[in-house]
Design a protein around this ligand. Structure first.
Ligand SMILES: Cc1cc2nc3c(=O)[nH]c(=O)nc-3n(C[C@H](O)[C@H](O)[C@H](O)COP(=O)(O)OP(=O)(O)OC[C@H]3O[C@@H](n4cnc5c(N)ncnc54)[C@H](O)[C@@H]3O)c2cc1C
Length: 326
């Protein structure tokens, strides 16, 4: 059954987040040959429509309004509901990001619709669209089908491959006027703590440090390795609690959930609450002095050793490989 599917393009720091392109790929599967319509919301949406089309959207609807300069639940839900009312889609896809986690349930509630959140894969089997999502902090997976109404999902970043960008792809970009009013909150300012470098939740490579790094300075070798690999630095709660780094780097049950291609855990014991945030990473490398550390149970490659010796060696070797390939 072909469907019209809306995809919200999520903007951060003036650029579309990669998860928006992954959402388009998911929407293509959900649409089953129907139309995929990108949606761009903001105070200035110029340029976003073209990008969404180059990554596979058939056309794009934009809503530009001064109240959409920063994300608010009120403003964005009014704008997105306006687009939904005008387009009458049969499916909606958002990223399972801080924004998506806030906005999607609100929209689903307003539409009296179901919602499958945190989807890591989807497939068409026996005439049904089957959505897979992790449960119990990643210890199990459930498969869900939607039996009635809107196919409304949020997808976990870094799990569904975006389509190849096609710079020559064109499509209609239209603007919609939505009356956005009675906002109960207004963002006056956004102060970011860890804004430098690669966004942790979308990073393809993460070098994470635990209590084993021993100090704030102990993170320096990890940052160097992350720089060489074009990755981001993350941390266990142990490292955050010890004040070696900011809580914005925390990965785990009460931190960020990440699924990079490569996760290098340095001096992290592998507590269940940490594994909840990273065990679905594609390749896990653990560096720990203790051969009995729990982290080795989920690691694809384990290095028993002192991280202060191993990490600089890895950095040196990766640097050589990089120079060799240039
Ligand atoms: C409700 C709740 C929620 C929680 N949420 C989270 C969460 O979101 N994320 C999270 O991470 N934790 C979370 N925790 C905490 C979790 O239980 C652990 O306490 C924490 O993950 C431990 O951090 P760690 O592995 O860095 O420290 P430790 O457990 O102290 O491990 C340090 C490791 O470093 C190794 N090491 C030491 N020196 C070196 C060296 N030089 N080279 C190599 N290895 C070395 C040691 O062998 C050890 O394995 C939560 C706990 C609770 C109760």
């Amino acid at each position: 059954m072909s469907r019209k599917v809306l995809v919200l393009g999520e903007v951060r720091d003036g650029s579309l987040r990669n998860v928006s392109f992954e959402a388009i790929a998911a929407a293509k599967t959900i649409s089953e040959g129907g139309e995929v319509v990108g949606v761009a919301l903001g105070s200035d949406v110029s340029g976003f429509g073209e990008s969404l089309i180059q990554y596979g959207a058939d056309r794009v609807v934009t809503v530009a309004h001064p109240s959409l300069a920063q994300y608010t639940s009120d403003g964005f839900s009014q704008a997105l509901l306006g687009v939904i009312d005008s387009e009458k889609p049969e499916g909606i896809v958002l990223g399972h990001t801080a924004l998506g986690k806030d906005l999607a349930p609100r929209i689903a509630g307003k539409l009296d619709s179901g919602l499958v959140s945190d989807v890591t894969s989807l497939e068409e089997t026996g005439g049904n669209l089957v959505f897979t999502r992790p449960i119990y902090s990643g210890k199990a997976f459930e498969k869900k089908i939607i039996t009635d109404g809107l196919v409304f999902v949020t997808i976990r970043p870094n799990n569904i491959d975006a389509l190849e960008k096609d710079g020559g792809r064109t499509g209609d970009i239209s603007s919609l006027d939505v009356d956005i009013k009675d906002l109960r909150t207004i963002i006056k300012d956004v102060v970011r703590k860890a804004s430098e470098g690669v966004d942790l939740s979308e990073a393809k490579v993460i070098i994470a440090g635990g209590r084993g790094v021993k100090s704030e300075e102990g993170f320096e070798p990890l940052k160097e390795l992350a720089d060489v690999l074009g990755g981001a630095v993350g941390a266990s709660r142990g490292a955050c609690d010890a004040d070696y780094c900011d809580y914005s780097l925390q990965i785990g049950q009460t931190g960020k959930v990440v699924t990079p291609d490569l996760y290098i855990a340095c001096g992290i014991s592998g507590a269940i609450q940490h594994l909840a945030g990273m065990s679905n990473s594609k390749v896990i490398v653990a560096i720990n002095k203790d051969p009995e550390a729990n982290i080795f149970k989920v690691a694809d490659y384990g290095i028993v050793g002192d991280l202060f010796e191993v990490v600089p060696l890895l950095t040196e070797e990766f640097r050589k490989l990089k120079v060799g390939s240039n």
